[in-house]
Each structure stands twice: as structure tokens, then as C-alpha cells.
Design a protein. Sequence first.
Length: 185
Amino acid sequence: MSNSELNRSLEAVLMVVDEPVSEIILAQITEVPTEQVLAALHVLAAQYSNEGRGFELRQVAGGWRFYSHPDLAPIVEKFVLDGQQTRLTQAALETLAVIAYRQPISRARVSAIRGVNVEAVMKTLVTRGLVEESGTEAETGAILYVTTSYFLEKLGLNHVSDLPALAPFLPDVDGLDEVLSTLTD
């Protein structure tokens, strides 16, 4: 394996790790001697530093991993905090309400209740840690979703049974009982 192929391989693996990976494991994956991998890692780390990149390759906790450059901590912090404080869209709030009141529930059932495709919204809710998978539906094999303890924490509730009743918040309309039964059954 050439040096450029080794470097590309190391970068590709290091890009996807969520904890430091040792040069021994990297050597096994690339099928290159450990000494050659270690030398390549040091060269890459120096190269990134010399180029003034927004990231660093560091050796920590017995392994190697990419980290954002310390000089850019304020920018990274702003990104992370702003991302956490972004409000949910109306579609996300409606989907979250359906899941909260009907859990465990499949994505298809949520879509049927809302009358729209909820795939992107579900991904957002899962990413934000508000809902999670909780098994599969016996008949269809569909993945079931429930709210998380983080959801309860954000709402200040101990249990989903502490959610308020829906009826007081809905208008008095003919057929309302039928609509409510789909949400609370």
C-alpha cells in the first residue's frame, strides 16, 4: 500500500470513529505494519497542524482521533448550543404529541393519524433524543416508537400518564369524540 493510500485509509477510518482507535487496530485494518501506521499518523498530525486546519489529529487515551481545533472552541460551542436550542417545527410538535399519547406507535400509524409522511420529522425527533425505538409490532414487524426520559424531563413530567388530557384543549366540534379516541385509545 502506498503512503497516499495508507493516509487516505487512515483518514477514512478516523473520520467515523467515536472514540480513539489504536495504531495496532489501524494496522490490522489496513494490513500495514504498526510502525508504518504510527509514522503515517504522526505525519498526518503534523501536516494538519502546519496547514492550520479546523481540526487536529491527536493521540489520546491509547488511540488516535480527530478533534476540532481548540482555537475554534467558541464557534463549535455556538453551533452545538444553538442546535440544541432550536425550536421544534409545528409538524414536529404534532408528531411528538401523537407519539406521546399513542405510544408505542409505528411511523406508519403516526403518518395515518397526521395524514402526512412523517419520516423526516421522526428522524429529527430521534436525533434530538425525544423519541426512540422500542421494539417491533408483532403483526407487521414495523418499528415502534416511544418518548424518552429526556422528553419527560423537558416537559417536567415523571411519567407519560402525567400528560394532560386533550379534551380541554380542543374545540367543541361534532365528531370530536371519534378524533379523541384515535389519539387516546
